[in-house]
Design a protein around this ligand. Structure first.
Ligand code: HEC
Ligand SMILES: [Cu+2]
Length: 351
């Protein structure tokens, strides 16, 4: 312990521990920023918005980021001032003034500004729509998405698909969202903020893709064992391509054209798959699992978890609990590999 008598000179501060800490902290911060900025792009980045609603969220994020940076630098400045100024000057940042300015005034101003930004971002969630807008009913299940395209004027044109959302570019689309079991949340970071899907309630989310592309979405509310593997893709395409896609989805399944595919369909029908899955026009009307009428046209299986390949589908039939633990489809280990591959070939033919 240094003994400071009244007449002693106050020693100049050694390189203060505070400065050492700040320097290391700052270096760490720069390293983290460089590291993190490599994660700012990609099919699921809220910082690379492709729709108006997502842009509002990104504005809010950047506003918070810059305000947070400014406040951080301010506090750092005050810390350095308190550490290095001559003692008679340090008292300029006297405690009472600081507490009123930094502890009362600054939070009120900062939070009020945030509130305005937040209300603006929130108001975009359920914008009004033109009358002919596309409506899509999304029903979440543990752990996949049932997706029904609704034609309000002619319900006979409705059709169902699963785990993949096709959107026409530059056209607002309304999602009418509910759940069949627990609360889920739909989040397409590049297109919009997240919104919950709640049993026996319909929540409405308006999204619009401003460029063609494939965007990843994810369930954002813990909903049970396979929650992390409850994803999906949104595919935004130009209007004509969308119409062509919708027309094909509306049509019944393609009948088998080769003997191998025929054998696959027979095995599919005989193995009990039809109890849970629908193949429109193929004699399967189950609703426990995803609609498979046009499975071959989809990018992934098991709610965005695996590429839609023949091998993966064959493996899925026998070992889906290893691939997506907890999912509600039973395994069919008694089906030999050849049979499973032929079922997979049949499903692949359902374009
Ligand atoms: C008891 C109901 C049930 C039976 C029987 C059943 N499935 Fe499934 N199936 C499901 C469920 C539920 C899912 C969704 C799993 C998930 O992703 O969480 C699913 C998913 C699938 C998928 C992935 C679809 C997608 O869009 O992601 C394929 C392919 C599939 N099943 C094929 C089959 C085949 C082939 C059979 C027969 C050998 C079969 N299923 C029997 C319930 C069933
Ligand atoms: Cu979920």
């Amino acid at each position: 312990m240094i003994d400071l008598r009244e007449d002693d000179e106050v020693p100049a501060p050694m390189i203060s521990p505070a400065l050492g800490f700040a320097a290391r902290y700052f270096a760490g911060l720069v390293a983290a920023a460089v590291f993190l900025s490599t994660g700012c792009a990609g099919p699921q980045s809220a910082l690379q918005p492709s729709g108006a609603a997502a842009r509002e969220v990104a504005y809010l994020w950047w506003a918070m980021f810059w305000a947070g940076t400014a406040i951080f630098l301010l506090v750092l400045g005050l810390l350095l001032y308190a550490s290095f100024q001559a003692p008679e000057r340090r008292w300029r940042i006297a405690p009472v003034k600081m507490i009123v300015a930094g502890g009362v005034v600054l939070p009120i101003v900062a939070l009020s500004i945030l509130l305005v930004f937040g209300l603006r971002a929130g108001s975009g969630v359920s914008a009004d729509l033109p009358e002919n807008a596309i409506s899509i009913r999304v029903t979440a299940h543990q752990w996949w998405w049932d997706i029904e395209y609704v034609d309000h004027r002619d319900p006979s044109r409705n059709f169902t698909t699963a785990n993949e959302l096709y959107l026409p570019v530059n056209q607002p689309v309304e999602l009418l969202m509910t759940s069949s079991d627990v609360i889920h949340s739909l989040w397409l970071p590049r297109l919009a903020g997240k919104l919950d899907l709640i049993p026996s309630q319909t929540n409405r989310l308006v999204i619009e893709a401003e460029e063609p592309g494939v965007f990843r979405g994810q369930c954002a509310e813990f909903c049970g064992l396979a929650h992390a593997q409850m994803a999906f893709y949104a595919v935004a395409v130009p209007q004509e391509k969308f119409e062509a896609w919708a027309e094909r989805q509306r049509s019944p399944a393609t009948p088998p054209e080769t003997r191998a595919v025929h054998a696959g369909k027979d095995a599919f029908d005989a193995s009990g798959c039809v109890v849970c899955h629908t193949v429109r026009g193929g004699g399967a009307w189950g609703t426990e699992g995803p609609d498979l009428t046009h499975l071959g046209s989809r990018l992934t299986i098991a709610a965005g978890t695996f590429d839609n390949t023949r091998e993966n589908v064959a493996a899925w039939i026998a070992r889906n609990d290893d691939m997506k633990p907890g999912n509600k489809m039973p395994e069919f280990p008694h089906l030999d590999r050849e049979t499973r591959l032929s079922i997979a070939a049949y499903l692949e033919s359902l374009q």
